[in-house]
Write a protein that binds this ligand. Sequence first.
Ligand code: 3PG
Length: 218
Amino acid sequence: MTQKTERLKAALGDQRVIPVIRIERLTDAGPLARALAAGGLRAIEITLRTPDALDAIRVAAAEAPDAVVGAGTILGARQFEQAARAGARFIVSPGTTTELIDTARSSDVPLLPGAITPSEIMALREEGYSMLKFFPAEQAGGMSFLKALSSPIADVSFCPTGGVSAANARAYLDLPNVFCVGGSWVAPDAMIAAGDWTGIEDLARKAATIGQVGPTFA
Ligand code: 3PG
């Protein structure tokens, strides 16, 4: 296992559900990260899909010391560097480019890069990546696609995101080549807008329970 993989594993801990978050209002970053951490989801992915996302990473890291704040929707080298400077402890990208891989190579911050096809997965495997994001999971073939990859490419495991929910997360997690899942269902836009931190903490607690080893339930 590479040093970077070790670092990614350390950042995610044994957490098997990663909240994928959009922050529209900077003042929501701290309370949201605290609510998710209180519910048992310490590692969170703040996506660069809103203008204040980089500041949101800074604020969440400062105001929620229990949270492990990562950056998501990183599309290129510049965003990688900006997110790392903002204090992101891990970086997630929906796909992979040569530029992104080059940047990740010279950074201490671990990357969870996206791949879907066997060729993309093999290329990242050659670079030393054994943990990949699989996005958009449901649209790209979902569980049956992942299951089909598990035998020929047995030493790579995935974090599916995109269409993963409380209803199917457990089934994804039961696949032998899935180490965690990600999704926005634990921090819905409407609940963030309403400042419903208790509700989000409750959703996080339920998601953390889904992530625990045990029988499948919806
Ligand atoms: C991601 O970036 O991982 C996805 O957009 C999350 O997808 P979801 O909103 O369907 O959970």
